[in-house]
Ligand binder design. Structure first.
Ligand SMILES: [Zn+2]
Length: 465
């Protein structure tokens, strides 16, 4: 397998630490509002990653977080907590907001048929672990206090700029006027925020005495949460793969690395996979442009989760994609064609004897192994479908479902004996040239969602979508 690795800036051969078990961490969503379709593209790409690893025989131990506290409006730990802001806007408590949107995210995750991570951690369930991590950093001399929190001194971590190729000089020169004057370096970030008197923050925990002398409530920073979850689950060693969005590179992942590696002394992850953005009608997704679409919006236009999944895997995680409804309609048609083809496995007898496709002799997995080139894999499958002389077997469709999770088998079950009898009756009616009756039976089948096609080899059926 080969993967594009942000760490090296090139496509690397994948060499796991353990020959069998692969450790993967995925930065999850901040659950303060409905996630838009652009947010889900990342999880669809990483689903292809996990599926490809599995098809190569690896056991994937994958952890994901749900950020339900501490993700501030600005990634550099400035501004309001996104969760608190979400609550203020909706009139609910922060805990209610976190639960509601967390559940909504996981419901869509399931409906996209994405392989569930081995474990999902809520940030609010890991506060002790966050404090342990901060303690370990303090012990090693990486922390200092300001009036609003415990900060990480990035000048103490000599390779801080390396991962994202940051130009710290330039960053310093470009620091805005509102730069927190108490910070030693512009790139320093809060490990733990202290809630000042008169400040309102629903989610808060006691700051332990060994970290903060006076009585104070506080909450963890977003970067601390991911680093602490990885440490909790995988220990201080190196993990195989860490995934996220390209927007995470300069701050969030740079800070995760600074926190983890300062303690462990070893590399946090060997492979860093970052997915690119999607634009909508050529524009950045933003509230002010009114181009934020959720799955509810897609459903109203008669598009399913799997239609969207098909659209996403037509592209590559490293490329910026432009979303258009025309493009989504084309993906929907493609999926429909695949399903019609999948349903042919039930009708070898009626469709005329054809060659059966049993296994991947076409290089589908090879395409996925080549830096997750799902677009190429899909075009190989289109090539197979366009052949008129072969039908897939259940096993082969099962393999395709393992590759992409498009539920080809599940969405095209065989029709019931009752409907099969109607098909037989219709075949007899046609033989007797009783076209009125055959039309009536066709209508009856259509009501059950079955289209009948008359071919040179007799009638075959497919699902009416
Ligand atoms: Zn993260």
């Amino acid at each position: 397998m080969k993967l594009y690795n942000t760490l090296t800036g090139k496509i690397d051969k994948f060499a796991p630490i353990d020959p069998k078990n692969v450790k993967v961490y995925t930065c999850g969503p901040t659950v303060y509002s409905y996630q838009h379709i652009g947010n889900y593209t990342a999880y669809i790409y990483w689903d292809i990653l996990v599926r490809t690893l599995r098809l190569n025989g690896f056991v994937v131990n994958r952890v994901m977080n749900l950020t339900d506290v501490g993700h501030l409006v600005s990634d550099r730990n400035d501004g309001e907590d996104k969760m608190e802001k979400g609550a203020r806007l909706s009139g609910k408590s922060v805990w209610e907001v976190a639960e509601f949107f967390g559940d909504d995210f996981l419901t869509n995750f399931t409906r996209l048929n994405l392989i569930s991570p081995t474990k999902i951690y809520k940030a609010t369930d890991c506060i002790e672990e966050d404090l342990d991590l901060i303690r370990a950093l303090k012990l090693r001399g990486y922390t200092y206090e300001t009036s609003d929190g415990i900060y990480y001194d990035t000048s103490k971590f000599p390779t801080y700029a390396d991962f994202a190729h940051l130009n710290l000089e330039k960053l310093r020169a470009g620091a805005r006027v509102e730069f927190n004057q108490e910070k030693r370096n512009v790139s320093d970030f809060a490990l733990w925020k202290i809630i000042k008197k008169g400040e309102k923050h629903d989610m808060q925990w006691q700051t332990p005495k060994d970290l903060w002398e006076s009585e104070a409530m506080g909450y963890p920073g977003w970067h601390t949460e991911c680093a602490a979850i990885i440490k909790t689950e995988f220990g201080d060693g190196t993990i195989d793969i860490h995934t996220g969005g390209i927007d995470h590179i300069p701050i969030h992942h740079t800070n995760e690395i600074a926190e983890s590696e300062a303690i462990s002394g070893v590399r946090l992850a060997n492979y860093w996979l970052h997915c690119n953005f999607i634009t909508i009608d050529g524009q950045k997704i933003s509230k002010s442009l009114g181009n934020i679409y959720t799955f509810k919006d897609l459903a109203e236009r008669d598009f399913s989760h799997l239609d969207f999944k098909m659209w996403v895997i037509q592209g590559h995680f490293t490329s910026e994609r432009n979303f258009l409804f025309e493009g989504l309609a084309a993906a929907k048609t493609r999926l429909k064609n695949w399903r019609n083809w999948a349903s042919l496995r039930h009708q070898q007898a009626t469709a005329g004897k054809k060659k059966e496709i049993v296994s991947d002799d076409f290089g589908i997995l090879k395409a996925l192994n080549d830096n997750l080139n799902s677009a190429k894999a899909l075009s190989i499958i289109d090539g197979i479908i366009s052949r008129d002389d072969a039908v897939p077997t259940e096993d082969f469709l099962g393999f395709l479902d393992d590759c992409f999770g498009l539920e080809l088998c599940e969405t095209t079950p065989n029709i019931s004996p009752y409907l099969q009898n109607i098909l037989k009756e219709r075949a007899i009616a046609r033989l007797n040239k009783d076209f009125a009756k055959s039309d009536k039976l066709r209508q009856q089948l259509l009501k059950k969602g079955i289209d009948v096609l008359d071919t040179a080899n007799g009638q075959i059926w497919q699902y009416h979508h």
